[in-house]
Each structure stands twice: as C-alpha cells, then as structure tokens.
Design a protein around this ligand. Structure first.
Ligand code: 13P
Ligand code: SF4
Length: 326
C-alpha cells in the first residue's frame, strides 16, 4: 500500500472510531506527521488524562500507553507495536528476577549504581520504610503502584522539592537521580538503572561535538551521565529542549538526546541548525511503530493496554500526585 493510501485509511478509521493519535517526540517522522498531539512524557500524560475521545492510539513505548490507560480507564488505549518496550523500565521489579539484565552484559562493571542488582523495590522499601519512593514514569504499572509519586525528566526536581521528607528514593534511573541530586539539598537515594541510548554518550563525545560546532549551544537530556550533563548549557526533557531552542537567541544547537527529536526541532525552527550529539542515539523501541502498525491497530483494535484494577488504582494515585504539581 502507498504511504498516502495508508494515511488516508488511518484518518478515515480515526474518525469512525473517535480516536486520537498521541506521539512521543522520538517517534518516526511519518508518525509525528499524523499525530494529533506530540509531546514529552509529562505532556502526554496530561493529554491522556484530559482528552475527549473513545480510543487513544499511543505511538511511543509500553509504559507510556500503560500510563494513558491508568489515567483514562474508560478509553480504549492501543499500543500499535506490542514489542515497543523501554529496557530501563524493565530494570526494576517489585519483586522477583529482572530478566532484562541479561541483555546488558558488563553492567556489573559500571561504576555508578547504588543498589546490588538482585535487590527489588520491596527490598528497598523494607530498608527505608519511612522514605517516599519517587518513580520515574519510565516504570511498569506495578512499580508505580508501589511508589508514592511519579516524576518525569521535566519535573523530577520539583517533585522531590514538593515532598516533606529530606531523603527520597528515586527509581530507576541513576543518571536522572544524580542530576536531581545536583539540584537539591535533599538526599536522593538512587537505583542502578539507565537508558542504554543516553548512558552510552560520554564527555569525550561532548568535547568532540563542541570542537566541530564551536558556536553551538549544547542541550542534554537528564538520562545522560553526569560527565555529559556537567558540560551542557541546558539540561531538560525533550519538550524542554523544544522550548529552549525556540526561545534562545543562539542559531546552532547540539542535541544530547534521541535523534527523533531533531525532526520537530528543525520543522519548528527552520532558521536554526541542529546537530545530534551522536548519530547513533537511536531508541530502537521508539522506532518500531510505523504507519502500517497504526493502521493495523485501528483496523483490528489492537493491542489493547489494560492494567489490573487493583494495580491501576494505586498507580493512578502516584501519577495523580505528580500531575497535581504545577
Ligand atoms: P521525555 O519525558 O523527556 O520525553 O523522555 C522520555 C524518555 O523516554 C527519554 O528517553
Ligand atoms: Fe526507554 Fe531510553 Fe528509549 Fe526513552 S530512549 S524509551 S528511556 S530506552
């Protein structure tokens, strides 16, 4: 089928099903082009909580669709590609084994992590019974359900500051936690998870990019290592980067996040120039969704994302606490 015919069919079905298409900023260009709303994790959660429709087609990864379903249980939430997961979200389990470690040989040698890998969220909670757990939205619904509050890369510091305790547990991303620690006087106890797309870039990559583009500002996502964040002109979420580029007087920018964001940056700022920090900052899971997947999802009403009600209710409390922070 030709691209135009697929898009036409998607639009027709969208109308018939009273559906809307949400897309994360890392999605393929053709997905961003058909989306009703494109955003970062925080914006997508807000949109999913408030949007009026019967069906949400979520073009992103599974934890994002899960959050949409938790927040809007009366709507049918579809994830076009079931295999679109986030390896970082799978790095922490409420209890039991975390199979995902097997995909990251060598992680034990990495210097940053705080907890031994065989601990679980329940182990941490037993060790620190009085401390609130702040769960990055990049977690599964059952982890959210065991947490006090959620956060995203856009609001992690605000969320930590809003809590009455002076010590908090922040899971699962060690880099996001380290960055939050550098912005608050509170003690942030971290987990040893990481995003394989952001964690792979180093200070050397930043220095090389700065040598190549001496006039560019460098913006980084807080999932990058501290050695990268310390060298950034600005650290923020994906939509924070869009805002920063729009409002800045600078003309050139080095972008320290997944390359999918460059499409929107270039489209919205045609007079500015954007360079990826590294061309291989590609999230394979974010790229799984294609036009054909969206069409099949709408045709067959698949794959419906639904969270068991007892977990959903508790996970929603953690998400609602986050969304209540302005
Ligand atoms: P944002 O919330 O900044 O869009 O990030 C989500 C994510 O998965 C980053 O890797
Ligand atoms: Fe997960 Fe990293 Fe992909 Fe974001 S970029 S969805 S954190 S693997």
């Amino acid at each position: 089928m030709q691209k135009e015919s697929i898009v036409e069919e998607i639009m027709k079905l969208k109308e018939e099903r009273n559906a809307i298409i949400l897309s994360h900023n890392y999605q393929r260009e053709e997905i961003q082009d058909i989306a009703d709303f494109i955003g970062d994790s925080l914006e997508l959660s807000r949109e999913a909580a408030g949007v009026e429709c019967d069906v949400i087609v979520f073009c992103g990864v599974n934890f994002m669709a899960e959050s949409a379903s938790i927040l809007s249980p009366d709507k049918t939430v579809l994830l076009p590609e079931l295999g679109a997961n986030c390896p970082m979200a799978d790095m922490i389990r409420v209890s039991g084994e975390r199979e995902v470690w097997k995909s990251f040989p060598g992680y034990r040698e990495q210097p940053h992590f705080v907890f031994p890998h065989d601990f679980t969220l329940l182990d941490i909670k037993r060790q620190y019974p009085d401390l609130p757990v702040v769960a990055y939205v990049n977690t599964t619904a059952d982890v959210k359900a065991e947490s006090y509050i959620c956060c995203t890369s856009a609001n992690v510091v605000k969320v930590i500051e809003a809590l009455p305790q002076q010590e908090v547990i922040c899971i699962p991303d060690r880099n996001l936690s380290a960055w939050a620690q550098s912005r608050t006087k509170k003690r942030v106890i971290s987990w040893d998870g990481f995003c394989h797309v952001h964690d792979r870039v180093t200070a050397e990559d930043v220095e090389m990019a700065r040598r190549e583009h001496p006039d560019a500002l460098f913006v980084a996502h807080p999932e990058c290592r501290m050695e990268v964040l310390e060298r950034a002109d600005h650290v923020t979420s994906t939509s924070g980067m869009l805002r920063f580029a729009r409002e800045s007087d600078a003309r050139e920018f080095i972008i320290g996040t997944e390359v999918g964001l460059l499409y929107r940056l270039r489209k919205e700022n045609p007079d500015k120039v954007f360079y990826p920090l590294r061309k291989d900052m590609i999230c394979p899971n974010m790229k799984k969704t294609r036009l054909q997947s969206v069409l099949t999802a709408l045709r067959q009403m698949r794959h419906v994302i639904k969270v068991p009600e007892d977990i959903r209710v508790r996970a929603k409390e953690a998400l609602d606490r986050m969304l209540a922070i302005k």
